[in-house]
Design a protein around this ligand. Structure first.
Ligand code: HEC
Length: 120
């Protein structure tokens, strides 16, 4: 019995330390997971939000001037993901530039995913 208590006395703090380790490393993991969307978000805020606004509404001085549509509007909702990727890659009209050369096709896709997520 004494021996059992001794074992428990060692095992319990160890289990506690293990739990703390899991919690700490879990927190580390979740910040790593959110790093990828955050970088598309950073690029969006840097390159797109001046016209499309942080929330995708197009409600900025420049956005209103260029008549940028709200990402939640039916017109934008009609566009497929592929059509948007095409617009962001190659540009559309005289005001929306193509970004494929500058940002690469992969980032263009991520940006469209991020932009579409603003509509939800
Ligand atoms: C100088 C202002 C400006 C910037 C910067 C800009 N856009 Fe646009 N964007 C426009 C305008 C204007 C249109 C509408 C073009 C049309 O329909 O003729 C548009 C259209 C779009 C569309 C098609 C759907 C819609 O909302 O009409 C997508 C998707 C889009 N932009 C994404 C982006 C992304 C992603 C970035 C950043 C990499 C970006 N835009 C940067 C002005 C801008």
């Amino acid at each position: 019995m004494n021996r059992f208590i001794r074992v428990l006395g060692i095992a319990a703090p160890l289990a506690g330390a293990g739990l703390v380790f899991i919690l700490v490393s879990g927190a580390g993991d979740s910040s790593r997971v959110s790093a990828a969307p955050a970088s598309a978000q950073d690029v969006y805020l840097d390159k797109c939000s001046i016209c499309h606004a942080q929330d995708g509404s197009g409600n900025t001085a420049k956005g209103r001037k260029l008549k940028v549509k709200n990402v939640r509007s039916p017109e934008v909702g009609k566009l497929s993901e592929a059509e948007m990727i095409d617009i962001v890659a190659k540009g559309k009209g005289k005001d929306m530039d193509g970004f494929e050369k500058e940002l690469g096709g992969d980032m263009v896709k991520q940006l469209v995913t991020y932009y579409r997520s603003l509509a939800k």
